[in-house]
Design a protein around this ligand. Sequence first.
Ligand code: HEC
Length: 217
Amino acid sequence: MRIFLTIYVLVIAVTVSILGFRGSLTEKEPVEVFNDMDRQAKYKPQAENAFYANGQNDRLPPKLTLSRGNALSVKEVFNPDFKAISSAEELLLSGKDVNGDFSDTFPYPVDFELMQYGQESYNIFCMTCHGVAGDGNGVTKPYGILATSYHDERLRTAPDGYIYDVITNGKGLMYGLKDRLSVKQRWAIVLYLRALQRSQNAPLESLSTTEKSELGL
Ligand code: HEC
């Protein structure tokens, strides 16, 4: 009986001490069985530091120096062959001209191969939502989310660079695809998207006389 009572009291004491303080706050330092990386010799941003004259951890860049390129692309910045980005590269990578406006210059020579590459990529990456003809008649339509039709006047007249930017960075509900599509592939899709727009809205004047007679016009 005595053993039973001892165990009984012990179990209650353990249960209360473990569960009874759930959610309560304490100012005391936690018990660290394995302290992992909680404590490291490092300077925290915007903290005090008696070592430097101004008493701050953060350092300003040395005088008369300029940061090179985009500090995030470390590989590029530390490459000895690094040169500032040219306007042609700017257009290729962001679809923008030197003034930062979306450009209507297409950065690749246009040929049938590029068009085919665009079609192939469009069918894999865009058709599900935007439909075969680019009219937004895709899988999201039944859920009331219309993937914008490319046949709006606004998108027909939008510069190529804008379409490239939508593919790269996304727009509204649409996610960006830069991690899945190469730069060339994105531009190829822009080209095919232009062909889709033309397919639904070709002006009669753009046809040759032979084409017109073939159509009986
Ligand atoms: C998961 C579905 C989905 C996929 C895949 C998708 N889109 Fe979209 N897209 C949308 C939706 C939804 C919108 C409307 C976004 C909004 O206005 O919120 C949209 C909008 C657009 C627009 C119009 C932007 C504007 O200014 O209104 C363009 C252009 C476009 N998509 C091109 C593409 C291209 C090219 C691809 C393939 C590389 C693609 N989309 C893949 C769903 C998708």
